[in-house]
Design a protein around this ligand. Structure first.
Ligand code: DC
Length: 231
């Protein structure tokens, strides 16, 4: 019998890393790309945000590294991909909306500077994505979490454009804050200058500057790169 289907190798399941600063369009591109490829989209930032929320609720200082790690070890942080987007569960509770609020955003950037917190996160992020078939976005996915990722994208954009995009997102949600630009700049500064795993493009990342590109153009570029890896 000539069963050719048995000889077909299973399609490779890539690990795709998308890193970059806030407002560059990572989340949108990562989720659209994942949908196109039938992959799972994992937002690593949501894990830092969930821990930050727990620190707020338990009144743990954002500067107390040891207590933050203990808090993480005592927590169940789950990323649940759903058709309508990702859900984040903290100890079984759906915190997806709460972790996008301003106080948690600021706190996430502060808890993420600690090396021991990052080490805990990296272990869990590798467990989540190690099997492949994922698009994971964050700040250190291509440099630290999956340094051997099949495809690494560093998505950047001019700071003024990123601030405008954030403002538009907030306006759409009806919650405009005059300080959005200043907060984004400060978060950027912290993410890029922390001593451990600062936000930088991996040497083998494809850098895409989305300043003058539409979302569809960026997606087409990234999808093309992914398809080449799959061939
Ligand atoms: O992507 P985000 O805005 O949800 O991330 C929230 C914060 O978490 C961000 O300010 C920096 C931190 N973060 C990180 O340090 N490393 C990651 N891989 C993802 C997020």
């Amino acid at each position: 019998m000539n069963d050719t289907t048995a000889e077909q190798p299973a399609p490779r399941k890539l690990i795709i890393a998308i890193d970059g600063p806030a407002g560059a369009g990572k989340s949108t591109i990562a989720s659209r790309l994942a949908r196109k490829l039938g992959y799972v989209n994992l937002e690593s930032g949501a894990m830092y945000r969930a821990l930050a929320l727990k620190a707020i609720e338990r009144d743990v200082s954002f500067d107390d590294e040891a207590s933050l790690v203990k808090l993480a070890e005592d927590s169940r942080i789950q990323l649940e991909p759903t058709v309508g987007g990702n859900r984040t569960l903290l100890d079984g509770r759906d915190v997806s909306a709460r972790i996008r609020e301003r106080d948690v955003t600021e706190a996430a950037s502060r808890v993420s500077v600690h090396p021991a917190v990052r080490a805990w996160m990296v272990v869990h992020q590798r467990e989540l994505g190690g099997g492949g078939g994922i698009v994971m976005e964050g700040r250190d996915i291509g440099t630290k979490v999956f340094p051997d990722a099949d495809l690494k994208i560093f998505l950047d954009a001019d700071p003024v454009v990123r601030e405008q995009r954030r403002l538009q997102q907030q306006q759409a949600k009806g919650e405009v804050e005059a300080s959005v630009a200043a907060e984004l700049r400060e978060r950027d500064r912290r993410d890029r200058t922390r001593s451990v795993s600062p936000l930088v493009a991996a040497p083998d990342a494809v850098v895409i500057d989305s300043t003058a590109m539409s979302e569809d153009d960026v997606l087409a570029r990234v999808e093309d790169l992914a398809q080449k890896k799959l061939r």
